[in-house]
Design a protein. Sequence first.
Length: 321
Amino acid sequence: MSLHNKSDSYYQLWKISVGAEAQDVLACALELGLFTQLADGPKTIAEIAEQMSIQLRPAEVLAVTCAAIGVLRKDGDRYANVGDMEEFLVEGQALYNQYTAFGRAGYVDPERGAKIKEAILTDSPQKGAGWLDKATGKSRPSMAFYPKRHHLRIIWGDCVAQAFDFSKYRKIVDLGGATGGHLVGIARRYPHLDAIVFDLEYNRQGAEEGLAQTDSSGKIAFQTGNFFADTYPPKTDVFFMSHVLHDWGRDRCMCILQRCYEALPEGGVAIAAEFLLNEEKTGPLLAAFQGLHVFYNNIEAKQWTGSEIQQMISEAGFQDI
Ligand SMILES: C[S@@+](CC[C@H](N)C(=O)[O-])C[C@H]1O[C@@H](n2cnc3c(N)ncnc32)[C@H](O)[C@@H]1O
């Protein structure tokens, strides 16, 4: 469903901000010889991975982000170079890497470029980037309760409340809800809901501060919990999770979804909100670049397509997806 909302403005600005990162991905793909490898014909992710001696996951991240910025195209299940662009992107060609007004292009942010390259070569997150703490390798509290994100979550929550009718439900739990902004957005349209933000303890302070400023329903509470291990709040009839599944590999996602299924009464629902990759895995831009972010920051991360998530939800036992 497409909704005109404040989020449209936000997404447009976010897309512009992807520009510098897009150049870093292109510089990385050039440096690792992706386009030169594809000069003899389109290749599947497995073939790209084998030829570049990298794992499947980074091969997919690289191909998807390159497709999203239009420097690769999809030919059936294979990724291919884009026509005349080979002259600029394939080593040995006359105009190789001469595509800016000033000639050769490099990384916009060499530090970030090095992290992206290292993550692609090693299939491992680069500590110090994003929400991993350099010293401990654990997620950094400051990222999760960053106050501005609370207001963005409220906008997202409003979109969810426009897309789904919560009238007949009583209690909603936002798994990994951080500051609880989504619940604020949802509760503004459905003030009858009891709502719980279920997240790790380090998010408590940010959530309580954010909710104190923005929760007019007064029914949203924070509960400390680990969604892999702790009992989910009882009598919940809606489990909501936003940008949570993309942090985890298939087994961990299945664990969360199965635990939701087991905790729900008959007729209960689970809602997963994500920036979905399209089924061809060629974009859209924000999903592809969010996939890049979680890939080089989080250990198990994977940006999912709609059908991949549907498959997991169905395997967890849910019907009427
Ligand atoms: C990418 S953030 C998403 C935050 C929010 N839902 C949103 O859409 O902006 C992932 C959230 O999952 C939480 N999280 C990570 N591991 C968790 C766990 N084992 N149990 C509960 N929450 C967890 C993090 O603290 C963080 O708030």
